[in-house]
Design a protein around this ligand. Sequence first.
Ligand code: DGT
Ligand code: CA
Ligand code: CA
Ligand code: ZN
Length: 587
Amino acid sequence: MDNERVAAVLSEIGVLLELQGENPFKVRAYQNAARAIEGLAERIDDLAREDRLQEIPGIGEAIAKKVATLATTGDLPYHRELRETVPPGIFDVLRVRGLGPKKAKRLWKELGVLDLRSLRKACRDDRVKDLAGFGEKSQRMILEGIAFLEKAADRSLLGEALPLARELVAALTECPAVQRASLAGSIRRGKETIGDLDLVASSDDPEGVMEFFTGIVPDAETIARGRTKTSIRLESGIQADLRVVGGSEFPACLAYFTGSKEHNVRVRTLAASLGFKVNEYGVFREGSEKPEDIPDEEALYRALGLAYVPPELREDRGEIEAAREGKLPVLVEERDVKGVLHCHSIWSDGRASIHEMALAAKALGMKYLGIADHSKAAHYAGGLDEKKLVLQAAEIDAVEKRVKGLRILRGSEVDILADGSLDFADEVLAGLDFVVASVHSKFGMSEDEMTARIVRAIENPFVDCLAHPTGRLLLAREGYRVNLEKVIEAAARTWTFLEINGNPRRLDLDAVWARRAAQAEVKILLGPDAHDTEGLADTEYALLTARRAWLTKDDVANSLPVTRLLASLRRRRNPEAKRARKPRKRG
Ligand code: DGT
Ligand code: CA
Ligand code: CA
Ligand code: ZN
């Protein structure tokens, strides 16, 4: 069993013990063990085999025994038995924002809440508000939380779905009966969550393609099979729809099934006003059965007097007007991104050494890598204190000498404390190349308090970037309440970057807010928030979100070469330069 799975089981044991009202020390022991294993560089089953589990800090004899069983057999009877003592639906209840084990236990024992259904009923019957520790407001928030979860239930993360979808397209391309194949739907538009995967292919032998598709992955279940459309369900539960058309129909079909629905409606309306009909089979002059000659999507847009609209923009947010006037932005591209900041290492909760991260960044063609491990307040993530920060600097210098052609920048992901002050003194921050600041605690503040807290942090001249500005976790947790307009205003005034965090569970800022920030002349930093070498590739999800936000190369801070990036960071620390700043109007 891998470290992540073992850690998940231990953390669930902690929750189960808490639901049972076990003593807090025992609960905490399991939580700490889970975190320790999550942050481990070595494989847990190796440690178990070598009988070295007790070398892990925070793991005593009793837990080590259980971990050994779990890691080597993949099963832990103690866990299974514990699980049988609680209603299975309680785990859904725990996913509701604001409900931890203590509250869930009270709802269960005192109101008989067993799952989301009975929880909603208890709220609607007005029974939750009278429970100790709840109230009118929390009853309303619980109802909102349930609605959020239900909406999330049948969607998947882009980061989960995109790799699968690409594998399917690659496999289809190999099929001899397939001429062209492409992603379509929300996955092609780079949307942050995906309802299902849409694929489009062209062929003279649709039956052959469908036959191939139903067997494309061993464990897929065929939901529906037809001549033009076949749907399968992948092992992960994600559904994939494939449409197959003849070669000349491919571009229109691709455009149609790329959507969005709202974009398509606008395209069809425009087409009608020009005397055309557009559908999934082609572009037709009014009254004619014969399709226009449309070799690709570019030609389709051209036929309607439009510049080519990249899929990420097809949301009916002004792209049709811009395409007509030739004012579409030149979207930022992968090759524009010169390097990344906001990466973690084994110094805090990352799983790779600085050297490993550096080699991986270089292999990806990056010119610089920013190490921003957590600060001391983030003890759950093994945050660094001032002393360790100094030691880390020495290692960074040493690694930089070994890895030619890559600058390694010294940074910190410093916690924003409850009052908006920072976890490190200004003198400490001043010694770093860059600083990203973020909120990791006290999510329950009022909007005014949270906004004041974040704005104060942004106003610190050593804070270069606000990381994951809303704290949301897609499909799992809404962000904290914060007035983003005021955050953007403060960032613009102080030359502070705002991040699009590329972790597939975050994508924070989202495309709509990132666009508003850029319109206010705030530079956006694409941050992978990588915790291992593979995490560096999450920069791509931040990039897709940036493109959905209409961002150009100039809007993106890490499209700058390292010397100019560093110069720009130094400038914002200098109050003279800041005062001299003149607003520049966007063209
Ligand atoms: P999703 O799957 O919820 O993440 O979002 P989409 O955009 O992939 O939506 P989906 O899978 O229902 O349909 C794929 C595309 O097909 C959609 O973006 C546009 C097109 N489409 C589907 N149904 C309709 C429809 O009723 N009218 C129009 N105009 N287009 C449709
Ligand atoms: Ca879809
Ligand atoms: Ca679909
Ligand atoms: Zn963070």
